[in-house]
Design a protein around this ligand. Structure first.
Ligand SMILES: Cc1ncc(COP(=O)(O)O)c(C=O)c1O
Length: 368
């Protein structure tokens, strides 16, 4: 018997929708339309409806979703954007790409999301936007974000790459701010077979700017009005993702069931478990624990074939392209501690109870 448990196994997910995916791919080949077309339009519409937004604009990646959202909202050189100090690098990379200046804010130790309470004191006349991240599948505190943004007239761009289907106070994440950025990277809760992304928004103007930006900055072919990008969601990815979308809530529920079982089995262990804030609906893109002796635990898990990974090994302000943006006297103790202690253990919708038991037993043994 194979005792190994991968960090992520998408095979069972694929098996559930295999026929639909194959039919969708066949349709794309039959039409010979590989760029844009009906599959992209209908997928955009479906995601917009799911997200309670008027528009979905398919793009080449989640990173592009962030960059193009900033451009669409007219955030550029010299503008400041508030970002959490602990997230995937692409969050801040988008800010740097448009020439804006990131303002780092420490995270909450329980949810790993931005500690919005610390952001108010950092807002100045050049601050134009706040970019909360729904990290690991847990929504950032959007009540606080919205309050801060309306107090200071900031745009809100949600990095919803890891939290498709999550909710904050009953609202779908991505639908709360001015733009919600999605990634369809294969490991995401709604993942494709390659790169892909989308922005959801209620604003006609933002959607129309995004559509121009993704297509070389033009509305009329070959007549660009602004400097844009080539950043479209591939037709074949849209077709595949359309086949998966109807299942995503069910898959998220299975992730939540897995999390509940882990929470029960590990509750007395010497580690910190993920939390679910009041009013939050966590979708566990990753199940992340905190362990003091992380390297030792990783070594033991690796020896037993139990998948694990560090998300993320450094806080943003510790990365080379970001180091110049720390303000005098600023400290990020929680972001740095998370970078030292956070460890993701296996989590995927098709995970069996037997697999979970193996993870739990190995993990508990590794703590002794
Ligand atoms: C929090 C976060 N933001 C942004 C991205 C970027 O998405 P992509 O890989 O599709 O460019 C990712 C995913 O990789 C992510 O996890």
């Amino acid at each position: 018997m194979n005792n190994q448990v991968p960090l992520l196994d998408l095979q069972t997910q694929y098996n559930e929708v295999r026929e639909d995916i194959r039919a969708a791919i066949d349709d794309v080949f039959a039409s010979q339309q590989f760029i844009m077309g009906e599959p992209v339009r209908s997928f955009e519409q479906a995601v917009a409806e799911y997200s309670d937004c008027r528009y979905g604009v398919g793009l080449a990646s989640g990173t592009d979703a962030l960059t193009l959202s900033l451009r669409a909202l007219d955030i550029g050189p010299g503008d400041e954007v508030i970002v959490p100090a602990f997230t995937f690098y692409a969050t801040v990379e988008s800010v740097l790409h448009v020439g804006a200046l990131p303002i780092f804010v420490d995270i909450r130790p329980d949810t790993y999301c931005m500690d919005v309470g610390q952001a108010g004191a950092l807002v100045g006349p050049r601050t134009k936007a706040i970019l909360p991240v729904h990290l690991f599948g847990h929504p950032a505190d959007m009540t606080e974000v919205t309050e801060l943004a309306s107090r200071h007239g900031l745009k809100v761009i949600e990095d919803n790459a890891q939290a498709f289907g999550a909710r904050h106070a009953g609202q779908v994440t991505g639908s709360i701010g001015d733009a919600g950025c999605l990634s369809f990277f294969p490991s995401k809760n709604l993942g494709g077979c390659g790169d892909g992304g989308m922005v959801v928004t209620r604003s006609d103007e933002t959607a129309s700017r995004l559509k121009m930006l993704r297509m070389h900055g033009w509305k009329k072919k070959n007549f660009p009005e602004i400097v844009g990008y080539n950043s479209r969601l591939d037709t074949i990815q849209a077709a595949i993702l359309s086949a998966k979308l109807p299942k995503v809530d069910q898959w998220n529920e299975r992730r939540r069931d897995c999390a509940e079982r882990y929470n029960g089995a590990l509750k007395d262990a010497d580690l910190v478990l993920p939390c679910e804030d009041e009013g939050a609906h966590h979708v566990y893109n990753l199940y992340v624990i905190r362990v003091g002796k992380r390297e030792l635990v990783q070594q033991k898990l690796n020896e037993s074939g139990i998948g694990n990974a560090v998300y993320y090994p450094a806080a943003l302000h510790e990365l080379a392209p970001c180091s110049g943006f720390v303000r005098k006297g600023q400290r990020f103790p929680e972001a740095e501690r998370a970078a030292r202690e956070a460890l993701a253990i296996p989590m995927f919708p098709g995970m069996t109870e037997a697999q979970q038991e193996r993870v739990v037993n190995t993990l508990l043994a590794s703590l002794n």
